[in-house]
Design a protein around this ligand. Structure first.
Ligand SMILES: C[S@@+](CC[C@H](N)C(=O)[O-])C[C@H]1O[C@@H](n2cnc3c(N)ncnc32)[C@H](O)[C@@H]1O
Length: 250
């Protein structure tokens, strides 16, 4: 068996600190910013010319997969994407993090390049993700005419309503004393966008008989905060109500 060994060329600084609450694909939470820090021994001229492009591909390692902790490689050939609620597909027709080589690919918007730091928006990567490569997106080649999507286009993504409790609004104000109104609105929009798409893994969603196995209350880590939300039944759709935003304590 051929093996290859690569060194990360950069690491990600991201507001998403854990898998839960991280968007499932890039662009779903478009306003969120992240920074890619190039390795110290790489000359920043490696990034020269990239600012002329609007988007870049990030090739990265799913370093937070359990397989790295257990040392047991992932060998399954079928995976259960959250949107298929139980149905399995072949791993290579999926974007699952659990694959024979845990390598991911994300298209992000380039915002700014300063020295070794590349600022991007719309990322779907957690803090500390090792980057193996960065490549410009070439829309003339990478948006082929007649391209079509398979099973992922046939399953509607969940759409929740999102509500704020008055105390959660007050929490956000209190925790961002120096933010401008626009910056605070961006944070609120990011949190709402995460919740609209139902960040809960399939196992957390329960069954018809027991729809909320975790007592309807969940928390995810975003920036330096724990964002707590509760699932409620709204008039026409399920509602995720943000109830508390508090400093993250490990
Ligand atoms: C479904 S994958 C898609 C990633 C990439 N766009 C792709 O298609 O290869 C995105 C999910 O991977 C998880 N994830 C992000 N960064 C990770 C990391 N460094 N290690 C393990 N899982 C990660 C998060 O749960 C995120 O929602």
């Amino acid at each position: 068996m051929e093996t290859f060994s690569f060194q990360a060329i950069a690491h990600v600084e991201s507001p998403y600190k854990e898998k839960f609450g991280t968007p499932r694909q890039p662009g779903l939470v478009a306003t969120t910013l992240g920074h890619i820090h190039l390795r110290e021994d790489l000359n920043p001229d490696a990034l020269e010319g990239l600012a002329e492009y609007s988007h870049a591909w990030l090739v990265f390692v799913f370093h937070a997969n359990d397989s790295f902790k257990t040392g047991k490689p992932f060998v399954k050939t079928k995976v259960h994407p959250p949107r298929l609620e139980g149905r399995a597909v072949g791993v290579f027709s999926s974007r699952s993090p659990h694959r024979p080589n845990p390598i991911g690919l994300s298209l992000v918007k380039i915002e700014k390049i300063e020295g070794r730091r590349l600022t991007v928006s719309g990322l779907d990567l957690i803090d500390g993700t090792p980057i193996l490569d960065i490549k410009p997106h070439l829309p003339s080649i990478e948006a082929p005419q007649g391209a079509f999507e398979g099973w992922s286009a046939q399953v509607a993504a969940p759409r929740f309503q999102v509500a704020w409790s008055p105390s959660a609004r007050a929490d956000l104000l209190r925790l961002t004393p120096h933010a401008s109104d626009d910056a605070r609105a961006d944070i609120a929009t990011a949190i709402e966008s995460i919740l609209k798409l139902d960040p809960r893994p399939v196992a957390y969603r329960g069954t018809d008989e027991n729809p909320d196995p975790y007592m309807s209350r969940y928390g995810f880590r975003f920036e330096g905060w724990n964002v707590v939300f509760e699932m409620k039944d709204g008039v026409s759709a399920r509602t995720a109500e943000i109830t508390v935003i508090e400093p993250w304590r490990s």
